[in-house]
Design a protein around this ligand. Structure first.
Ligand SMILES: *[C@@H]1O[C@H](CO)[C@@H](O)[C@H](O)[C@H]1NC(C)=O
Ligand SMILES: *[C@@H]1O[C@H](CO)[C@@H](O)[C@H](O)[C@H]1NC(C)=O
Ligand SMILES: *[C@@H]1O[C@H](CO)[C@@H](O)[C@H](O)[C@H]1NC(C)=O
Ligand SMILES: *[C@@H]1O[C@H](CO)[C@@H](O)[C@H](O)[C@H]1NC(C)=O
Ligand SMILES: *[C@@H]1O[C@H](CO)[C@@H](O)[C@H](O)[C@H]1NC(C)=O
Ligand SMILES: *[C@@H]1O[C@H](CO)[C@@H](O)[C@H](O)[C@H]1NC(C)=O
Length: 495
């Protein structure tokens, strides 16, 4: 079946998508400007057509927490200002580094149509839908991104922009690299590094960052496959005793003689990983450059059971959802009674008290896979990452619907660097603030099948469409329980 699908897919036009290729020449870096032309009218940011305009980036100066006591040493500080101080600012319905794309949830030539995309349970996809998903992943893994390149040197190594160091990358690996780049240690020269830094984990932006990451990844797969309706499925791992998607029909079974490899009957066994050798990069003072580093490793269930006794249960998820505070001081992996810290997996899922010697909920899955998934920097190499994080995002969505928070409960300052409300998310260009993804998925044009099925949720579809969730996020008077929203049924370890 894989072959047939690949033949079919090769007929589709592999279209365009972290650095926009159009912004990597020395000229752009020296001017610190990333405002490429929109092909529709040839003007920067599609300005002539009212799609957007080139504007100064205004970086938030809210103070960071004490976790990163340095400054002026990491290209990700004040993102994206080390590289660019002017980028496209897109109008209402538009998005993208040159405003060529529609905002999430908008479609059509002028991005005026609205549509909600539904993310489904992978085990409930039809055979054809499931094969299509797998084929799209393969296509993304083998298609060079037309729109983006990766940085293979720091700004200093690029002589402050006069000597650009960028490289082509496949659409799939672009996202593996971004996940590495956002979480990597700060290189301080020679083999010195600062490790207590991560712009997407162990702090409040964990959920909004991964929400944006998945939407962008989904969007690039859509463009690559020419299928505007594609959604990434999720894997509901609650209460399981084994990895039910670790079969050749889904994401690859176990190799018959080498337990931490995938079965040759799965084409994922032929994939090569990138960005897995953090210690080498740190010792050599260089960035991951996308060079293949061997096959995907996975050995589900052969992890250290004293740190992660079991896969997360429905009760663990339900407990995390009962926590009323999104985040608590000190806004990192030591936060007690923090929904974010509990769902991320640094707190006891029965009490909400931080315990960094255990890996629960989200972290538990990574540890359980006992391979590529288990180190933060390279975890997105294993496509299980996608299924897992989509399910984690659906739990975040349940929490938002249950507690209906005001946007200002998201901490504005004193969080670990990169996590304040208005910080621009590393390493995305176009630029997005953390807070822009701290809102209901319906505002972003997508939903989950199990959260929309009639009977499982009283306030549904039409009602939510009439009263967009943002209303609830902005006005405390509309704070109201949706009711009935209870659903049946180190990484990733303290550093
Ligand atoms: C899109 O917008 C342009 C410029 O406003 C207009 O000329 C065109 O008719 C619109 N197309 C559609 C399909 O709405
Ligand atoms: C890069 O910029 C820094 C800070 O402005 C400066 O100290 C350094 O000399 C510059 N390096 C090069 C190669 O231009
Ligand atoms: C996507 O779905 C919409 C609405 O169901 C449909 O009109 C459109 O043709 C679909 N697009 C593709 C490429 O299948
Ligand atoms: C796999 O689990 C063993 C303990 O069972 C542990 O020592 C090893 O570090 C784990 N490997 C990975 C890649 O997580
Ligand atoms: C979290 O709770 C534990 C147990 O009560 C306590 O020892 C610890 O100091 C608390 N941590 C924070 C950051 O408040
Ligand atoms: C944290 O987890 C470890 C390992 O399971 C356990 O031994 C320890 O008692 C826990 N600490 C607290 C404060 O609960």
């Amino acid at each position: 079946m894989g072959f047939l699908l690949l033949c079919f897919l090769s007929l589709l036009k592999p279209s365009s998508q972290q650095f926009p290729r159009a912004c990597t020449p020395a000229d752009n870096l020296m001017r610190k400007e990333c405002c490429p032309a929109w092909s529709g009218d040839g003007s920067p940011c599609g300005e002539l057509s009212g799609r957007g305009s080139c504007q100064d980036v205004s970086v938030s100066d809210a103070p960071n927490g004490p976790q990163f006591p340095l400054s002026g040493v990491d290209d990700r500080e004040g993102w994206p200002s080390v590289f660019y101080t002017r980028t496209c600012h897109c109008a209402e319905n538009f998005m993208g580094f040159n405003c060529a794309d529609c905002r999430f949830g908008r479609f059509g030539i002028n991005c005026t149509a609205r549509r909600t995309s539904i993310r489904k349970n992978i085990l409930e996809l039809s055979g054809a839908e499931k094969d299509k998903f797998l084929a799209y992943l393969n296509l993304a893994k083998s298609t060079i991104s037309q729109d983006y390149q990766i940085a293979v040197g720091t700004y200093t190594q690029m002589s402050n922009g006069s000597n650009p160091m960028f490289r082509d990358i496949s659409v799939y690996d672009l996202f593996v690299w971004m996940h590495y780049y956002v979480s990597r240690d700060t290189l301080l020269g020679a083999s010195r590094v600062w490790k207590d830094i991560d712009f997407a984990h162990e702090a409040p932006a964990f959920l909004p960052w991964h929400r944006a990451f998945l939407l962008l990844w989904e969007n690039e797969i859509r463009k690559t496959a020419g299928d505007e309706n594609f959604t990434i499925p999720y894997w509901d791992w609650r209460d399981l005793e084994s990895c039910e998607v670790c079969t050749d029909e889904y994401l690859g079974g176990r190799h018959s003689t080498i337990p931490n490899l995938l079965s040759p009957a799965s084409f994922f066994s032929y994939w090569q990983v990138i960005c897995t050798r953090s210690e080498d990069y740190n010792n050599g003072n260089f960035l991951c450059d996308g060079t293949p580093e061997g096959p995907i490793l996975r050995n589900p269930g052969h992890h250290d059971r004293t740190k992660t006794p079991n896969l997360p249960t429905s009760a663990d998820v339900e407990f995390s959802l009962s926590l009323t505070e999104y985040e608590t001081a000190p806004f990192d992996k030591f936060a007690n009674f923090s929904f974010r810290n509990t769902l991320e997996g640094f707190a006891n899922p029965n009490t909400g008290i931080s315990n960094t010697s255990q890996s629960s909920l989200h972290n538990a899955l990574h540890i359980y896979m006992n391979g590529s998934m288990s180190q933060v920097s390279g975890s997105a190499n294993d496509p299980i990452f996608l299924l897992h994080h989509v399910f984690v995002d659906s739990i975040f969505e349940q929490w938002l619907r249950r507690h209906r928070p005001l946007q200002d409960i998201y901490p504005a300052m004193n969080t670990p660097i990169g996590h304040n409300r208005d910080y621009y998310m590393v390493p995305f260009i176009p630029i997005y603030r953390n807070i822009e993804f701290f809102l209901s998925s319906q505002e972003l044009g997508y939903d989950y099948d199990y959260l929309t099925e009639p009977g499982k949720m009283h306030l549904q579809g039409e009602t939510l469409a009439k009263f967009p969730y943002s209303t609830c996020l902005c006005s405390s008077s509309s704070k109201k329980e949706p009711g009935g929203l209870s659903i049946g049924r180190s990484l990733f370890r303290g550093r």
